[in-house]
Design a protein around this ligand. Structure first.
Ligand SMILES: Cc1ncc(COP(=O)(O)O)c(C=O)c1O
Length: 277
């Protein structure tokens, strides 16, 4: 799928088909760039400012200069306007450019992938995969960098095992997150999700759902939980900006029931995100 629109630092909206990244850009040559991806609902990017704050944090941890949030916001809005599609995806990348700079922001607008609603409809099967916990600063805890080859390889391995996606567990069997999602489950009236202390990404959707939980009658608990807790859950689901809330119907060989919390959170998320006309 070609992007619907692209805007970049210093040039504004450009032809999506034209090359915009220098060949020696370090984001390209070393995967040393920060990015974030969000959804646009009715022409309005949801939680844009929060995503830009996270982008600044990711840039800082990678050792890049911080992007100017106001400038990047303007680029993002220009790209969304140029796309002319009310519901779409927005990916913002902050890359250092060639060694010595200058850095550059790219706002890329795309179509919402068709598989997302299909996956929500049928529920996803997850395969648990071992990864090291990001317990040291140089492992870039909580950082969304363009070095995503490992995440994509995990997704491919999960598919090879007959699942739709992966759920990462550390060497002690503690549940972390998915390659592009945060993981949740319900035990009675309590929603559980791995703690940010585990070095996982602070998902913006995770933050939104955490804010919605009490209003829907659920207690929220964050912590370090073994995989067995997820396998024994009353229901489970994942969260991310593009896929929103997607029910989990199996983890490895254990089947899980679809449940009311995922459905209620998905509804509440849409109510919050879709602008009232
Ligand atoms: C590793 C990882 N965890 C969690 C998420 C979910 O974050 P968000 O809700 O901000 O999209 C993502 C998003 O792509 C991710 O890459």
């Amino acid at each position: 799928m070609r992007p619907l629109a692209v805007a970049i630092t210093g040039r504004g909206v450009v032809d999506p088909a034209s090359a915009v990244v220098p060949a020696d850009d370090e984001g390209f040559t070393r995967g040393r760039a920060a990015f974030t991806t969000l959804r646009v609902y009715g022409g309005r990017p949801f939680r844009l400012r929060e995503h830009l704050r996270r982008l600044q944090g990711s840039a800082e941890r990678i050792g890049l200069s911080a992007p100017d949030a106001a400038e990047v916001e303007q680029l993002a809005l220009q790209a969304v306007a140029a796309a002319g599609v009310p519901d779409c995806t927005l990916r913002i990348t902050w890359t250092p450019g060639p060694p010595g700079g200058p850095p550059m922001a790219l706002a890329v607008v795309g179509e919402i992938p068709a598989f997302v609603e299909e996956l929500r409809e049928r529920g996803q099967r997850l395969a648990s995969l071992l990864v090291p916990r990001r317990s040291e600063p140089w492992l870039l805890e909580g950082t969304k960098s363009t070095s995503y080859a490992v995440n994509m390889a995990a997704e491919a391995e999960a598919k090879r095992r007959g699942a739709d996606d992966a759920v990462f567990v550390d060497a002690e069997g503690i549940v972390l997150e998915g390659p592009v999602t945060n993981v949740w489950w319900r035990e009675g009236e309590t929603l559980l999700t791995p703690s940010l202390d585990l070095g996982i990404l602070a998902g913006e959707t995770r933050a939104t759902l955490a804010g919605l939980a009490a209003g829907l009658g659920y207690r929220l608990e964050e912590g370090a939980y073994p995989l067995a807790r997820l396998l024994a859950a009353d229901e489970a689901f994942t969260s991310s900006s593009i896929r929103e809330v997607v029910p989990v119907v199996a983890v490895d060989d254990v089947e899980l029931e679809r449940g009311r919390a995922a459905a209620a959170l998905q509804r509440a998320l849409r109510e919050l995100a879709v602008p009232v006309p």
